[in-house]
Design a protein around this ligand. Structure first.
Ligand SMILES: [Zn+2]
Length: 61
């Protein structure tokens, strides 16, 4: 079922590292289901924390 997607109506998620909500971005259109961090910084911080990041995180850059 098609949905109108306005700028103000982008899907959002909560970052797994900083806990803040972030909105869909064009660069994530193919990997949105896998995106769990709001930014590169958070993604890296997560990695340093000993959590092994799936390859798709790199694709989401
Ligand atoms: Zn974050």
């Amino acid at each position: 079922m098609p949905r109108m997607r306005k700028k103000s109506d982008l899907p959002t998620k909560v970052c797994a590292t900083c806990g803040r909500p972030f909105a869909w971005r064009k660069k994530w259109e193919k990997v949105w289901d896998e995106v769990r961090h709001c930014s590169d910084a958070c993604r890296r911080r997560r990695k340093e924390g000993g959590h092994s990041c799936p390859p798709v995180c790199d694709a989401a850059r």
